[in-house]
Design a protein around this ligand. Structure first.
Ligand SMILES: C[S@@+](CC[C@H](N)C(=O)[O-])C[C@H]1O[C@@H](n2cnc3c(N)ncnc32)[C@H](O)[C@@H]1O
Length: 276
């Protein structure tokens, strides 16, 4: 425990509050009532504009007092951690200036948002009080787009770079949802041209250790507006690079698990389940 945690109730009241709110994936219709409550609660909202969520819309329709885009802090081609540090710092400074701030971000705040960890550190050091409000994540929308239940065969949600960095062994009997296939082997955020520096060849080699080369892989981009026109593109694993030109910062790679064989059943366990 940090010694800063030894504080009184009075000082807690003066700590700036940061509410990080998930906006969901499919535009304004994914905003929850809880999200809207937190958008109205604060003097300033920081957010990432999307096709259907603009400053004007937030101010005129959701009665947000004032909003500011975080997009200029996310520089095309920058090292990812530089972008994240800029964003976390901006949130901290805004909260200190106004007493509270709501940050509206795509999807669910606890799915793949690295700078939340910086905010958690600020919270640990009692510089802010942090609250995270759930949003619908891309994992949720992909299940609908792919018509797949993650419990059917078991599923692994994993970051592409982490898988390669730790040479994580894969179990091909489970489904894989691979995140951040836009920046394999690079820390650069080439948002306007994700195929730059993207080492799909390394990802393919690692996947080929566990999956057959003619196994189908699917690139998914859940549609952000209607949910009706999600982009889903399939190819064989051995041709993974074919997907390069379709990859964006909002695509994930899905690999359906291979059906386990009857021989791999634990017969004793099966008998026990049937008996009880
Ligand atoms: C920084 S993470 C943010 C995820 C977000 N917080 C969420 O809850 O979906 C970005 C990664 O999420 C995945 N992603 C984001 N939007 C997506 C979408 N519309 N369809 C499929 N995957 C998406 C991609 O793997 C992308 O590289």
């Amino acid at each position: 425990m940090s010694q800063n945690h030894n504080i009184t109730d009075e000082t807690i009241d003066s700590i700036p509050k940061v509410f990080v709110v998930g906006a969901g994936i499919r535009g304004r219709k994914h905003l929850t009532l809880e999200a809207i409550t937190y958008l109205r609660k604060v003097p300033v909202v920081l957010f990432f504009p999307t096709k259907s969520i603009s400053s004007q819309w937030l101010e005129e329709n959701i009665e947000v007092i004032k909003c500011e885009s975080l997009l200029p802090l996310y520089e095309d081609g920058s090292v990812d951690t530089d972008n994240y540090n800029r964003i976390a710092k901006k949130i901290l400074v805004t909260a200190q200036k106004h007493g509270s701030v709501t940050v509206l971000i795509p999807g669910h705040p606890k799915v793949g948002v690295s700078w939340i960890q910086d905010l958690e550190k600020y919270e640990y050091d009692t510089e802010i009080e942090l609250k995270v409000i759930d949003g619908i994540s891309s994992f949720d929308t992909m299940l609908t787009d792919l018509r797949r239940d993650p419990l059917e065969q078991g599923a692994v949600v994993i970051d592409a770079n982490r898988m390669l960095l730790y040479r994580l062994n894969l179990d091909p009997r489970m489904d894989y949802y691979i995140y951040h296939v836009c920046s394999v082997g690079t820390s650069r955020t080439h948002v306007s041209n994700p195929s730059l520096d993207n080492r799909l060849d390394l990802l393919k080699s690692w996947l080929l250790r566990s999956f057959p080369s003619d196994h189908e892989v699917t690139l998914v981009q859940s549609d952000i507006i209607s949910g009706d026109r999600s982009a889903v593109e399939t190819c064989l694993l051995k041709e993974l690079e074919k997907l390069a030109s379709s990859i964006t910062f909002a695509t994930s790679l899905f690999i359906r698990g291979v059906q386990p064989s009857f021989e791999s059943l634990d017969k004793e366990f099966l008998a026990m389940v049937k008996q009880n």
